[in-house]
Design a protein around this ligand. Structure first.
Ligand code: HPA
Length: 264
């Protein structure tokens, strides 16, 4: 059976969209990962809320390597992730979805690779196309079919968090070409690519970023904005799961070919 994972960000914690849900626990070299598995449309789906089921893990303490390793170990071939983001681009408004296609990495204290020398060696991953183009185009097509407002491209700025940004930082990110800002997509996207898993993120704009928004930012407004759009995100992800074709080949599945492929 084809395996797909949903990595849910802020506001996406509910695995009840799946059938036959069970708890899974997978040991990895980086620690144990607990998540739910279920079925949808004849496919096996893992559901992993990135911040824990009650939002108890802050962005800088998420065990990104364990999460992606566990997904690889259970045979996941495609990951659809969600992220709540602030917007630096006036055309990307609160409530809009953005199918990000590039990132700017402003994290400070996270390991972004499975390859740290020693026995595993060193790998220099190509990230010209960090997000899977086939999963992205499927999501874009479904959003347009369902009448969901979605921007087909966007550059995600990843900050270390957990604080929000200063207006000066947001001005800088905008000058550098960023469209949205969040705290989790790096290193998740990078590790998924190293693991040769097709990975795409649906970002949901919950607020205009600091200095663009007239008020101070609160986590509460992020959660409320996500809740207001939760039906759309569910519909989008479930239709994508229905339509994902099993066993299609993709360049993402060969991202480490130069190094003999990814090995668990
Ligand atoms: N900044 C960083 N992360 C976020 C924001 C923001 O404004 N909104 C939602 N996640």
């Amino acid at each position: 059976m084809m395996k797909i994972a949903i990595i849910g960000g802020t506001g996406v914690y509910d695995p009840q969209i799946l059938n036959n849900i069970r708890d899974q626990e997978i040991a990895t070299p980086y620690g144990v990962v607990r998540f739910k598995s279920g079925e949808y449309a004849g496919k096996e789906v893992a559901f992993l809320p990135r911040h824990g089921s009650n939002h108890s893990i802050p962005p800088h303490l998420i065990n990104y390597r364990a999460n992606i390793w566990a997904m690889k170990k259970v045979g996941v071939q495609n990951i659809i992730a969600t992220t709540a983001v602030g917007s630096l681009n006036l055309a990307m408004k609160p409530g809009d979805f953005v199918l990000i296609d590039q990132f700017l990495d402003f994290i400070k204290n996270r390991t972004t690779t499975f390859y740290e020398g020693g026995e595993r060696g060193v790998a220099h991953l190509d990230v010209t196309t960090p997000y899977c183009p086939s999963v992205r185009s499927l999501l874009a097509e479904i959003a347009s079919r369902l009448g969901i407002a979605l921007h087909q491209q966007g550059t995600y700025v990843c900050t270390e968090g957990p604080r929000f940004e200063t207006p000066a930082e947001i001005k800088m990110f905008a000058k550098l070409g960023g469209d949205v800002v969040g705290m989790t997509n790096v290193p998740e996207v990078i590790l998924a690519r190293e693991a040769e898993i097709c990975y795409a993120t649906v970002s949901m704009v919950t607020n205009f970023a600091a200095g663009i928004s007239p008020q101070p930012l609160t986590h509460q407004e992020v959660v409320e904005a996500m809740a207001a759009n939760s039906e759309n995100i569910k519909k989008l992800i479930l239709s994508a799961i229905e339509s994902l074709e099993p066993e299609t080949d993709c360049a993402c599945k060969h991202a480490l070919a130069e190094y003999g492929g990814f090995k668990l």
